[in-house]
Design a protein around this ligand. Structure first.
Ligand SMILES: Nc1ncnc2c1ncn2[C@@H]1O[C@H](COP(=O)(O)OP(=O)(O)OP(=O)(O)O)[C@@H](O)[C@H]1O
Length: 889
């Protein structure tokens, strides 16, 4: 029995084995299987034969091509024993992304080694490692992020040369683009010298050529001043025929142009005052009522009219005036003998108005604890005074600014007191003001131009802009909403008029040209042979230019190489949008990011300062620029001047540069073209002469030095042995120019630029990085925020003798400094704050300037010499409120 069972089992096993073998045989001879196995071989051939940088597009093509094979062999580990290749395939295919990453890294490295000698001589220079990597790396989209003076142009030339000579590219298949005629000319000159037949072109030429080729009608390009002339014309004449625009314009300038910010937004009162400096604080009432000035002239000994001390006060004063509510500013409170001047007195209602710098918890955190305590006590005292004399006091607070509800609150409060609003005729106000102040509202002209350029670049017409605004409206605060609404009421008619004019004349502007070209490419889908599109100065890209390139790529499948420096993006006014750079991924998807950080122009000492300075805005891409260049001396120098000695100081700086550097060229840079005028005397024997025709500055006694004067915008891409930067002034039109960063623009930019003066900071960075040696900053009495910041952040690099470092700061507002003043009544000298009247801190003892010791107990007084029973000692100027003393040996 057992035997029989054994036989059966053996037979079953034998049968099973034979069955399995037969099954295996058919399995391995199955055509489908064999086909797929063959494809594995072809897959490996493809992988083995890769001999170029592999883009993700190419990689995905491979993946797609072999996906049926992959599906077939997925999880089929039982094939592994017989066919090792299936195992290897499964491993490789499902890890292809990493495989290609590794492959590309090896490829770049092997090319670097193989082509060492080749890259040792590009235009006679040895490319550095990052430059070589950038040249060889050839993803479908590439962003090469460079530092100033890091050889962007050399890298681009190296790339073109490499593609043609090493990768057999046809020169016609390379589209090389730059923004200005100047940079294109420079590229072409160098390409010719290198014997390369690729030619660079501007975006405009590309747009124009596209239209010429694909359209039957070729419109004329409008004069570049058409828009600015129209804006000027509209604001000075036509606005009077458009009631709604006129009303909006006056209200905007009066109450909305400057945005009040909560004191807590700043580290100190002084920082707020510094930021607001340059704003015209003369009230609308004073500007439109000439009689008022006469009264003021007599009473307050001022010819400057009614000037207030802060943005909030200006907003309140103008709001009252526009609504026909009579007021007196800082009128002495009549019920007491002590001097108390409430901010506003509403004459027809016997109401006082005070704006207090506190938050919702009655705190003034921007002051030192001691000063805060005094401030809050003072507020309480004011309230008690009004209670005692039974006078009505209305209060507004700094925190209203944070929620942007200052004017709303004010309106409610006044209505509750039955104050009657009798809005004045804005046309009359405008005419009166414009008659007296020819510049009234003119600062807005440039903002309107930028606004129109940006909206045209984004192809936002009248309708789309209104929709966009309504969309954003939901998220904006009431003040900003109102502000935008007003702005659009006068900006949109200008935009409409501009488009109408162009249409009537059958003209287009640069933005139209690019947009039209984009539409043509989209509609007609022309065949392009481009394999590479290289964009120089990519940080200046606008939305419309980007779209044109995107469209051309869709038709050509060309690889994109964008080379730029986001730290140097300075053409927002012409429509450029930095988020196309900083959010590259969002616009192009997968891409390779490369850096070139070795700087050949500036010294390491200068880079340390400038890199720290620009990266304070955390939205700038972090970089680690390096230089092998040692500074000969301080890389940054400060030279102070005033109205009377401007010419002499300028000439003296030229002399000093010559003593140090001989006759090497000097580049003088202004924030605005007119900045140089301050140094040129309007008399025949002026020592400085400026020839606009060729940007030449002739300085008496130094005719043998090549000195050029241009604006920082024009200096982009240039370098010089020495650089002088003018107009480091804290003013609306200083450096920073405070008009360029208006929130109206963020409506049109893809990404809000929240950092204060972000565009101007980049502009200043461009100015600082033009030099091969030193930068001299010419600083007038009102020191620019940027110059102050450099001093504050880099105190070690400046001479201790430097005037700015020796200043004694005011302990109340922190950034003001103490200056000697004279009491007109008794002629006694005392110390006052340079921020007076906005900061009215004083000290009687002027010796504080000779030996400044800030009290470490209250931090708001200074230690001064006192006589006591037991001899001399130092005591705090805040005694008796502060008892701090220091014994003297
Ligand atoms: N690999 C290199 N070796 C030596 N010098 C170099 C190298 N690369 C660039 N340079 C030099 O560095 C200087 C700066 O180069 P370039 O003007 O091309 O810089 P950039 O990046 O365009 O500067 P920026 O953006 O500030 O205008 C030039 O004098 C250039 O010749």
């Amino acid at each position: 029995m057992t035997f029989i069972i054994c036989i059966i089992i053996i037979a079953l096993v034998a049968f099973y084995i034979i069955f399995r073998q037969a099954q295996e045989k058919t399995k391995y001879q199955d055509n489908h299987y064999l086909e797929n196995l063959n494809k594995i071989t072809s897959y490996f051939d493809t992988i083995q034969s890769l001999n170029d940088y592999v883009t993700w597009v190419h990689r995905d093509q491979i993946k797609l091509e072999y996906s049926p094979v992959a599906k077939f062999f997925k999880n089929k580990t039982n094939f592994y024993k017989k066919e090792e290749s299936v195992r290897i395939f499964n491993k490789n295919y499902y890890d292809l992304d990493n495989y290609i990453i590794q492959y590309n890294q090896n490829y770049v490295q092997s090319q670097i080694e193989k082509l060492k000698d080749y890259f040792d001589d590009i235009e006679g220079k040895q490319l550095d490692h990052q430059q070589r990597t950038a040249v060889i790396t050839d993803e479908y989209s590439n962003l090469i992020i460079a530092g100033a003076g890091s050889g962007k142009t050399l890298t681009i030339l190296g790339k073109v040369k490499y593609l043609i000579e090493q990768k057999n590219s046809n020169p016609k298949d390379i589209l090389l683009l730059s923004f200005t005629k100047k940079t294109v000319d420079e590229l072409n000159e160098r390409l010719i010298n290198m014997g390369l037949s690729v030619r660079a072109t501007t975006f405009h030429k590309l747009g124009y050529d596209t239209i010429k080729e694909h359209s039957t009608t070729i419109p004329a390009l409008t004069n570049e001043n058409t828009l600015s002339n129209l804006v000027k014309e509209f604001l000075s004449k036509e606005i009077f025929n458009n009631e709604e625009a006129l009303e909006a314009f006056v209200v905007y300038v009066a109450c909305y142009m400057n945005i009040p910010e909560e004191n807590d937004e700043y580290d100190s009162l002084g920082e707020k005052l510094d930021t607001e400096k340059g704003i015209d604080f003369e009230t609308l009432r004073s500007k439109s009522e000439t009689d008022l000035n006469k009264v003021h002239k007599a009473a307050l000994d001022t010819i400057q009219g009614e000037k207030v001390k802060s943005v909030e006060e200006l907003t309140i004063a103008n709001f009252l005036y526009l609504n026909g509510i009579n007021y007196e500013y800082e009128k002495a409170y009549p019920h007491e003998t002590t001097m108390y001047r409430p901010d506003f007195y509403l004459t027809d209602y016997d109401i006082y108005l005070e704006h207090f710098g506190v938050d919702e918890n009655n705190r003034a955190k921007w002051l030192t604890p001691k000063n805060e305590e005094d401030y809050v006590n003072e507020m309480e005292l004011k309230r008690e005074r009004h209670k005692a004399h039974n006078t009505k006091l209305l209060e507004t607070y700094s925190y209203y600014n944070r929620d942007k509800i200052l004017l709303d609150k004010l309106r409610n409060m006044l209505e509750n007191e039955n104050v009657i609003f009798k809005p004045r005729d804005t046309k009359q106000i405008f005419q009166a003001v414009a008659h007296k102040d020819k510049k009234f509202g003119k600062e807005i002209a440039n903002l309107i131009i930028t606004f129109i350029n940006l909206s045209k670049s984004r192809q936002l017409n009248f309708h789309k802009l209104t929709t966009l605004f309504l969309d954003k409206k939901k998220t904006e605060n009431p003040f900003k909403q109102e502000r935008q609404e007003l702005f659009l009421k006068f900006a949109l008619p200008i935009l409409k008029k501009y488009n109408d004019i162009l249409q009537d004349k059958s003209e287009i502007d640069f933005n139209d040209m690019i947009n039209r070209a984009t539409d043509l490419v989209r509609e007609q889908k022309p065949k392009y042979s481009y394999k590479h599109i290289i964009i120089d100065e990519y940080q200046d890209i606008s939305y419309s230019r980007f779209n044109l390139i995107k469209q051309i790529r869709e038709e050509s499948g060309a690889r994109l190489i964008c080379v730029g420096d986001d730290w140097q993006s300075i053409y927002r006014f012409a429509g450029s949008d930095i988020s196309l750079f900083s959010n590259f991924e969002k616009y192009v998807g997968k891409h390779e990011q490369l850096f070139i950080e070795q700087t050949y122009r500036n010294s390491q000492a200068l880079i340390d300062i400038t890199a720290k300075y620009i990266q304070k805005n955390s939205k700038q891409i972090p970089k680690n620029p390096k230089s092998k260049k040692e500074a000969q001396s301080n890389p940054l120098l400060f030279a102070y001047y005033n109205q009377d000695n401007a010419e002499a100081v300028f000439v003296d700086e030229i002399k000093k540069i010559k003593e140090k550097n001989g006759n090497k060229p000097i580049l003088v840079l202004g924030r605005h073209a007119f900045d140089i005028n301050e140094f040129i005397q309007l008399k025949p024997n002026s020592k400085i002469k400026y020839y606009e025709r060729n940007d030449k500055l002739e300085v008496q006694g130094f005719e043998d030095i090549d000195i050029k004067y241009i604006t920082v915008h024009k200096s982009k891409g240039l370098e010089a042995d020495n650089v002088i930067v003018l107009n480091l002034k804290n003013h609306l039109l200083g450096f920073p120019n405070k008009m360029t960063d208006d929130p109206m623009l963020s409506l049109l930019l893809s990404d809000d630029e929240e950092f204060r003066f972000a565009e101007e900071r980049r502009l200043f960075y461009v100015a600082l990085t033009r030099t091969k040696n030193q930068v001299v900053l010419l600083i007038p009495t009102e020191v620019s925020l940027f110059a102050e910041e450099l001093v504050k952040d880099n105190d070690l690099i400046f001479d201790v003798n430097n005037e700015i470092v020796r200043k004694t700061n005011c302990p109340y507002c922190i950034t003001g400094h103490l200056v000697i003043r004279k009491n007109p009544a008794n002629h006694n000298q005392f110390l006052g704050c340079s921020h007076y009247p906005s900061c009215n801190q004083t000290f009687n003892d002027i010796k504080i300037l000779d030996n400044t010791i800030l009290c470490d107990s209250c931090k708001s007084g200074f230690m001064t010499l006192r006589n006591g029973m037991y001899g001399n000692f130092l005591g705090c100027t805040n005694y008796p409120k502060c008892n701090k003393t220091i014994k003297l040996q």
